[in-house]
Design a protein around this ligand. Sequence first.
Ligand code: P1T
Length: 382
Amino acid sequence: MKFNTKTIHGGQQPEPTTGAVMPPIFQTSTFAHAIPGEAQEYEYARGKNPTRTALENSLASLENGTHGFAFASGLAAIDCVLRLLKPGDQVIAGDDIYGGTYRMFTQLFQKYGLEFTYVNMNTVENVTKAITPKTKLVWLETPTNPLMKIADIANISSAVKSVNKEVLIAVDNTFATPYLQQPLNLGADIVMHSATKYLGGHSDLIMGALVVKEEKLAKDIHFIQFAAGAISGPMDSFLALRGIKTLHVRMQRHCENGKKVAQFLENHPKVGKVYYPGLESHPNYAIAKKQMKDFGGMVSFSLNENTKEATFKFLKSTKLFTLAESLGGVESLVNHPVTMSHASIPEKKRLKIGITAALIRLSVGIEAIEDLLADLEQALNI
Ligand code: P1T
């Protein structure tokens, strides 16, 4: 099946008892057992729920994996990946990642003895240089949140595996979605999503996802998901599955609008730096072009007047772009990383990699591009 068919049919069958084309919301915590002690497919809904199963099958199909897992949030999915490790293990992570991921690494898992090394993943060498005998996981986000850095998934995966094939490569694919890039095809072991974003697509749920292609890894993840319990509920699973059915058409428009917004900003006299992997001025444009089908709807930038005051004036002036955390919904949002999505990263660390108070992040929605550009123009001129 082509991707645009998989979003609708991948892993899906009509519900077996009624023929319902969409899986019903199985709002039940438990299932009647036929015989004591004899395992059956559905027993207790923390382990498995048919609505969640339908979603998990869809996720596996979209990412070209064999097993999908739906969690209570993106962070719950990341938490599950880290639980595959043990004290003393080292994780190599990108230096520009979602603030909540960084908070989990530094404030939760570091105290249980995991070691984290942060590197700029814009070159393969930066990653391989950080490998030690303790390295067990490489955590990639590409494009990164919020600086839109690009890491070469295929070359990093093969370089790391050639040093030690046991090291797991995990890719947070939230910004790209499987419509734009499929990390398992490029050599990664685990794909992670904040399904809250483009997969759900309508800003109406919080959810995380993992997809893998290897049986032992799937077994371990399923055990952690069941034992720790951070599953997605049936209603949210239904909503995410409904969202996924239009992922390809939404992404097409997100990409078209994202590119036009990035070009508009790059040519605007009041705008300073623009961060968008689809601009030829992006330092890793060639890698983005190689591994992504298109470049997505996330655009970051700063104003020429590089002050907090000017930035706040802009943030308060947009009308269609709503000032809010999150991204990936049909509506356009504007976010201020320093006070919102990346507030948990210490100032010194933020400034070192370029997340200044003047940075603005746009999640470009699928509205008419003329209205979006007009909104940005008026806000830039206030
Ligand atoms: O919010 P949650 O579903 O738990 O997902 C966490 C997460 C993980 N990875 C990336 C790349 C993310 O962007 C997020 C969540 N991000 C925001 C809420 C934000 O505004 O950037």
